[in-house]
Design a protein around this ligand. Structure first.
Ligand SMILES: [Zn+2]
Length: 260
């Protein structure tokens, strides 16, 4: 069984590109080798949709938070954080996320992104929930802010960190999640990062509908394709496919405090 720890089934691409209703599609995934999915919210609307999805499917869970590329849309940070706090009380919410910094798109000014990131790391600590971190071309600032925040437990989603940063983060007890990007031809640094990541702190994800793994690159990604990522990680770690599935599945249950 595979646990896809980061997906966006609320994305309209599923609506427009699937040849069947989304619900039927997800039921098929769960009757295959997908044993769990966490749908990550990025703004209030997608957080609510994530929770709705988690209510429909037993093995679907939700993360709630404001993405760095969405935070500029909100003026009232205290009000929005209050709403996230309320949403997080739902029994299927297992994390605060996705939150972080995005210096690639820079949709929100960087000082604003940092204020939201800091506040949501505090919220995760307050609620005793792990945080799902988006870090795009902001490695130094993301690392510093996580390091300063005592008591927080994070997973770096769709790892793009260096092997050295992965070593430092995992030494602090944090987890690293690998997406289809580890299967890409130009993924040398991510392969080195996976080599550096202890097996006990490794998670897998799709970030679907984006980042479809090789050999499906550019197509609509979904949790059924996470096995290509698992195959690649098994190869990097020199273990069997069954072992990488079992280990990353157990890691996901432990990290997100999910009891089956
Ligand atoms: Zn995402």
């Amino acid at each position: 069984m595979l646990f896809d720890t980061h997906a966006h089934y609320d994305d309209e691409r599923f609506e427009s590109e699937l040849d069947k209703p989304l619900d039927d599609f997800i039921i098929e995934l769960f009757s295959g080798d997908v044993g769990g999915i966490i749908n990550a919210g990025t703004n209030i609307e997608t957080c609510k949709k994530s929770i709705e999805l988690s209510e429909k499917f037993n093995r679907m869970y939700a993360a709630v938070g404001i993405h760095p590329s969405d935070c500029y849309k909100y003026g009232d940070i205290d009000g929005i954080l209050g709403a996230i706090r309320e949403l997080s009380r739902h029994k299927k919410v297992v994390a605060i996320g996705e939150i972080g910094l995005d210096y690639h798109y820079d949709f929100s000014p960087r000082d604003i992104q940092k204020v939201w990131f800091e506040a949501q790391l505090d919220l995760a600590c307050e609620l005793g929930l792990p945080a799902v971190i988006h870090d795009r071309e902001a490695h130094g600032d993301v690392f510093d802010m996580i390091k300063r925040k005592k008591g927080v437990k994070v997973v770096m989603h769709s790892c793009s960190e260096s092997a050295e940063t992965v070593r430092q983060l995992t030494d602090m007890g944090h987890y690293i999640s690998f997406s289809g990007s580890v299967t890409f031809k130009n993924a040398k640094n991510t392969v080195l990062a996976a080599e550096a990541c202890p097996l006990g702190q490794m998670l897998i994800e799709t970030d679907c509908p984006y980042l479809a793994p090789t050999p499906h690159r550019g197509k609509l990604n979904h949790s059924g394709l996470v096995r290509h990522t698992a195959e690649k990680l098994a190869e990097i770690k020199g273990i069997s496919y069954d072992e990488i599935c079992r280990i990353t599945y157990e890691n996901a249950l432990r990290f997100f405090n999910i009891s089956e």
